[in-house]
Design a protein around this ligand. Structure first.
Ligand code: ADP
Ligand code: MG
Length: 324
């Protein structure tokens, strides 16, 4: 059995690869250099993942390590921020070497990919839960907020929606997985366990978007946050909601509720003024990266503040996943 200190040293004491970290893991607290960050603001977000709430029991350790950091990186992407550092508070029922190995390897792989440094944390015994705090930087005054959407802005989303929620429904036998191709099952499972932070596209969007957030609790509920913060309404074109080939195996009508109200998408939802829309489309086309897919799904209006209507003017119920 490893002590808490052995666990930290063996699995989490990675060599910092950035001189922004003056003192990293091993002392009472981390010490960070901020001198080269003039003209920038620090962006901080924290998220907790609890077994049985945010991921099902028996989720592979590798998936937990990936997802815990991915959902936090997604918050930085939603702000248009560049990742810098993170902390990890880990509560574990036991010191399981194989579990820690897979968990820390997946965590490190994603951290390296997005150039974010682990600078500290806490390790305790208890039910499996993880709290990660991420820190990043934006140019002063340039953070993408929920409150900037304006009447006549177009509403866009990245990627496809509903895949993770379909993956979870298959896992929990609410959908009969055997009715779908192996490719679709695999794709939806991967969307659930290995969400990809939309950092790359956020660095482009940030020059054009008026408001932005990441979709974690379902499109309708999260769009509601933008509408309330911006004091506007929205008209959605439900036929434009982007669905993957895998989701479409359910049929469009069956898949749509997962895309509207299922959780765990971690795609970005953002608004763009009509004068910048074409510019953004051109930049993405020039970029020639097929992963940078965006879809226009509606527009901001001034009709029903905080409410979402369809093209017939009917109000759409915005209830997504709520913890309480
Ligand atoms: P303290 O008793 O002062 O809280 P700890 O023993 O909890 O110190 O932590 C010792 C060092 O290891 C600190 O630098 C802390 O940030 C780091 N640390 C502890 N747990 C983790 C973890 N899960 N991941 C990364 N760093 C950790
Ligand atoms: Mg401690």
């Amino acid at each position: 059995m490893n002590s808490e200190f052995d666990i930290i040293q063996q699995y989490f004491d990675w060599q910092p690869s950035s001189d922004s970290v003056a003192i990293g893991i091993g002392d009472d607290a981390a010490v960070l250099n901020l001198s080269h960050r003039q003209g920038q603001q620090l962006v901080i977000s924290v998220d907790t993942l609890i077994e049985g709430v945010h991921f099902p029991k028996n989720t592979p350790a590798e998936a937990i390590g990936h997802k815990a950091l991915a959902v936090n990186l997604s918050d930085l992407a939603a702000m248009g921020a560049e990742p810098a550092w993170f902390t990890l508070a880990l509560s574990l029922p036991e010191s399981n070497q194989a579990w820690l190995n897979d968990f820390s390897a997946a965590l490190k792989q994603l951290a390296d990919q997005y150039n974010i440094q682990l600078i500290g944390g806490d390790t305790t015994r208890g039910d499996l839960s993880l709290t990660l705090q991420v820190m990043g930087f934006v140019e002063t005054g340039k953070a993408l907020l929920r409150s900037g959407a304006m009447v006549n802005d177009k509403i866009y989303v990245t990627g496809t929606l509903g895949d993770a929620a379909i993956g979870l429904a298959m896992l929990q036998n609410r959908l009969d997985a055997s009715s779908y191709t192996q490719k679709a099952r695999h794709f939806c499972q991967k969307a659930l366990n290995y969400p990809q932070p939309q950092h790359c596209i956020s660095q482009i969007i940030k020059h054009y978007a008026t408001a932005c957030l990441d979709i974690s609790d379902g499109l309708l509920q999260d769009l509601g946050h933008i509408l309330n913060a911006s004091k506007v309404g929205a008209q959605l074109d439900l036929s434009s909601i982007p669905l993957s080939k895998s989701a479409l195996e359910l049929g469009r009508n069956q898949a749509l509720p997962y895309a509207l109200s299922g959780g765990d998408d971690y795609q970005l939802l953002f608004t763009v003024g009509p004068e910048k829309e074409q510019q953004l489309q051109n930049v993405l086309k020039d970029n020639n990266n097929k992963d940078l897919k965006i879809s226009c799904i509606g527009k901001i209006d001034d009709k029903n503040e905080g409410k979402i209507t369809d093209y017939l003017g009917h109000v759409i119920n915005t209830a997504g996943y709520q913890h309480f």
